[in-house]
Design a protein around this ligand. Sequence first.
Ligand code: ADP
Ligand code: MG
Length: 713
Amino acid sequence: MTSASAASEAPLTFDELAQIDIARLKGVGDAKHRALNEYGIQDVLELLMTYPRRWVDRTNQQRVADASAGEEVLLVVEVRGVEERQMRNRRKMVNVRVGDGTGTLRITFFNQPWRARQLTVGLVVAIHGKVEDYRGSLQMTNPIVDLIGDRTGRIVPIYPQSEKVRITTWELAALVDQALRRCDSRGIADPVSENDRERLGLIGRFDALKSIHGPESMAAATAARRRLAFDELLRVQVELVRRKRELERTSRGIQHVVGGELVERFVSTLPFPLTGAQQRAIAEISSDMVSPQPMHRLLQGDVGAGKTIVAVAALLNAVQGGHQGALMAPTEVLAEQHGTGVRALLDGLAVMDNDNLFGERPLRVELLTNRVTGQDRRDVLAGLADGSVDLVIGTHALIQDGVEFASLGAVVVDEQHRFGVEQRAALRAKSDEVVPDLLVMTATPIPRTAAMTVYGDLDVSALDELPPGRTPIDTHWAAGPLAEASVWASVRDEVAAGRQAYVVCPLIEESENLEVASAEETFEQLVGGELSELRVGLLHGRMSSADKERTMDAFRARDIDVLVATTVIEVGVDVPNATVMVVLDADRFGIAQLHQLRGRVGRGEHASSCWLVTSSEEANPRIDALVASTDGFELAEIDLELRGEGTLMSTAQKGRSDLRLASLRRDRELIEQAREVAFRIIDEDPELTNSEVLRSEIALLLSEREGDYLTKS
Ligand code: ADP
Ligand code: MG
């Protein structure tokens, strides 16, 4: 007939499925419609993308009569009786009697009072857990319970349930069945070519959707999950790669001349050889810098890995060709610290100067923070504008406050957390001709594949090798008041031996005022008690920068033995004589942050130690991890594992996320495959003109915010 009918024969796209209201399915009346909406399902696409949380594999099911103590079993049973009991410690216990015709069993739930409401007599449930012997009869404690209703079938999908919205898992399953059957005649469009599917061992999308909701076997469920997770990752990667390529196309960078004398001279003045990792990173950066596209690279390296040297080499690449370099730190204290460090590194270095009789002049490095005022400030600003300042070190204010550069060639940003999209835009606007090369440094190690997803539009270099001769940091956990007393004894011993210590006060995320108050209190207590014989200083975020700098100077000069501080010392502070780090209420910090803090010690020749103090003696896997490992990358993996699936992204954003199945932890290989396919797709078809299905899915499923978040660095 007409072309309209031809179109309607084509496989259904996600766009079309998203336009079918859920109310159009049979059995969805007003009440159910409202409930589905509340649950978050408005349309058929959302229904199909509501994936089971898990599956109950009834091929493994056992009869109660065959279950014996000590075994992990899956039983499908009927609830026979429910009894709630108050225990002495005011906690509640729920006892449930269940049976399946071959026998009965007692289930005990501790601390789950809601089970008494959930499990009503007559209900059929699947329970999964370990059978125990309780005074001669069988029982289970806190098993996994799934309400499966009258679902038969070998493998029963279990959908996420919420306490508020009552939609049973079998109601959802029935609606999904119905929706999938209605799709049968046309099928569902697949954005991945048959070629790629075959090569990567991926099943077709329609099959995957059918299989994830009603698998024939657990292997089929796994294959379905893999395929649909790939789709999620592909959408993200295609969007990231598209942005990356677009940025490269639309911006012109400086083709720096690298490999010249300046960097060589700098490296030769260092009192140590570069590590292999430093050499590799410098080579990667140099090859970015010679290319006509602006560099956009992330330099990852554990604390103490030697990122500063790499950064300085990058900046000197720019200076060598007559351009300028800028190093930006997140805070004034850090900028000042970098200023001191970098000046020391570059002391005595000269740059080419044709206007000069000797053909050379000293390299000019300046600091520009809020503390640089008056004539000094005017001098620095004039020098930046006329090109006589080669390197400038400051905070982000450097690129925001209308500072003019003669020719800004390279920018290094230390610690990426606070360098956002806006700053990047400001950087691009700094020069209307060319975009300076950008290197972002971070000491928060992110597992490689996660970095590829979160910072997918950046290239990544990793300093995965520490300079030799580092003294490992001995980390201990001090749980409870007695243990804490021994921590202070150890601090006194170290100070007596000529060393210095940091004491980090509890993190209070909710309020900086509270945090400062608590630091002041800790300071008073220590000065009046455990550390009364020592010279103790205080550093916190509410002090003026002048006071902060005075305190840091005194600590560096060894006029202070113990520095009590809030997390302002988290990054960048470098005092090799400090060998003890005490973190109070360490259970309030995350793994990454504790690792960062710990990196403030172990920077010199003396053995260092770190005490993680908690008032509770309860088991704490994060603290265990820090005691067991000093490898930042390993810790990052553990962190990801402890925090669970997908949190790397979902914590930073609310609402619908497209990453429902994909796991940064489990799906490493899939992420790499998706990225590779994404590069091929975009390089063949930069604006996805010929990939309408994929393009519309990205537009539909990746919100603006999500995309921005992904490129937030
Ligand atoms: P990061 O910024 O990565 O935490 P830094 O750049 O501050 O680390 O370096 C930490 C310390 O290690 C500095 O004192 C620095 O001089 C030293 N360092 C850097 N590279 C090397 C190297 N290749 N060999 C020995 N020491 C090094
Ligand atoms: Mg550093």
